[in-house]
Design a binder for this molecule. Sequence first.
Ligand SMILES: *[C@@H]1O[C@H](CO)[C@@H](O)[C@H](O)[C@H]1NC(C)=O
Ligand SMILES: *[C@@H]1O[C@H](CO)[C@@H](O)[C@H](O)[C@H]1NC(C)=O
Ligand SMILES: *[C@@H]1O[C@H](CO)[C@@H](O)[C@H](O)[C@H]1NC(C)=O
Ligand SMILES: *[C@@H]1O[C@H](CO)[C@@H](O)[C@H](O)[C@H]1NC(C)=O
Length: 475
Amino acid sequence: MDLKGLLLLALLVFEFSSLAYGNLVFPVEHKFKGRQRTLSAMKAHDDRRRARILSALDLSLGGNGRPSKTGLYYTKIQLGSPPMDYYVQVDTGSDILWVNCVQCKTCPQKSSLKIELILYDPKSSNTSHLVSCNDDFCTSTYNGPVNGCKPGMGCEFSVVYGDGSGTAGYFVRDYLTFDQVNGNLQTTPGNSNVIFGCGASHSGGLSSSDDDDALGGIIGFGQANSSVLSQLAAAGKAKRIFSHCLDTHRGGGIFAIGEVDEPKVKKSPLVANQAHYNLFLKDIEVDKDFLDLPTSIFDFGTGQRAIIDSGTTLAYLPSSVYEQLMSKVFSRQPGLETHTRNDHIICFDYDGNVDNGFPTVKFHFKESATLTVYPHDYLFEFDNEWCVGWLRTTSQSKDGREMTLLGDLVLSNRLFVYDLENMSIGWTDYNCSSSIKVKDRESVYKVSAHDISLACAVLIGRILSFIFLLVAMLA
Ligand SMILES: *[C@@H]1O[C@H](CO)[C@@H](O)[C@H](O)[C@H]1NC(C)=O
Ligand SMILES: *[C@@H]1O[C@H](CO)[C@@H](O)[C@H](O)[C@H]1NC(C)=O
Ligand SMILES: *[C@@H]1O[C@H](CO)[C@@H](O)[C@H](O)[C@H]1NC(C)=O
Ligand SMILES: *[C@@H]1O[C@H](CO)[C@@H](O)[C@H](O)[C@H]1NC(C)=O
């Protein structure tokens, strides 16, 4: 990546952390202005408008968050005209959608997930347009005019994730075809013009040779205006509310955009102006004891935070918290012999029921929202052993904080609702093989679980979503 790319990336990273959010206002046009309109015409208009505006979207989901399975979740999206299928990882920790692009020399062509990987070719879609460097999307993504922008020049992007993998390319605008919920367990295709990245040059784990469970791209469900969710909201196609229920038992699960009517979730407010989904962490309780959470000089009285991130497989804690937690985890098993795999994952033999032999861990968040993590959640089976999914944080946020990062291990088998209209995240334990009810203004419809995964691969401890800080990149 050249220096310009780096600087663009830096802008991308830092700009996203200083966003302001507001509720979306849908512009209402007076289609019948000056003319008599009948009630039925009005109703029909409203119905069409609702169908167009506030419908919920149903995304099919595959994969399995257990580290011994794929350790990631993905969805099938359709791009272009005619619509082609792309399988992309679902990631709440990043802000753009990108897919493998025709110019890509190092893109994977095969995947052990038994899904077809195709390269997006702007020339084979009759609705594809290059996004130019003076396009509003480009200038607002980079917070101002792009240096050296000339007519006909494209808008470049580059992302680097926390595991060092990344991609660079250019933005295109094309049709995204999605499943709009229009009845119980029923959808109809809808589409919207969205801007996404054509990933032309991969690095690290995303390039072909070292990633057998390769996917066709990543869809970021972050809060930034560049995310597909924000673009759909800006186009009046959806609300900025989405939810996931990741199923470790069957694989796949539920992923929907729209307001959730059932089940009801307990909500906790999001920390404002953050690049990732941060919640205010009050306490961690293990077997009725509370751990000492570090107080950082950087806290400014705001206390601890935890990042919720579906693009991360395991769960990461600040060193001091990790030490305390691990001693609690093993306190009922004094004779247990453990060893370390892959340098940092602690594994052991255990024949009994882990839920009886190990403690439950409770994360208490602001407004009395508690996330209870059972031993069967944080311990996972690997090679006929049990391994611990808690790990020590290796990265710091840019204000020097050691991060608490909760990935699929603790997010699975629960319904999580991200409400960006009200800036909160809510959750409840849930059977992710069943269905939820989503609503638009009047109707409430069932959305059921899907599993598009056909095979599983082995992968341990992938932290995909952490965008590197510029410092790390320049080093
Ligand atoms: C693009 O192709 C699709 C089908 O492949 C066709 O229905 C549509 O009319 C075409 N659009 C344009 C703008 O040519
Ligand atoms: C994001 O989009 C909203 C609504 O379209 C707009 O008000 C806001 O200024 C945008 N934020 C940035 C940083 O561009
Ligand atoms: C968002 O908050 C407002 C005001 O607090 C409330 O009226 C509304 O019902 C909330 N919406 C959702 C989807 O929770
Ligand atoms: C979860 O829901 C599915 C589908 O409704 C059902 O077959 C299964 O038995 C349920 N699992 C549990 C543990 O209730």
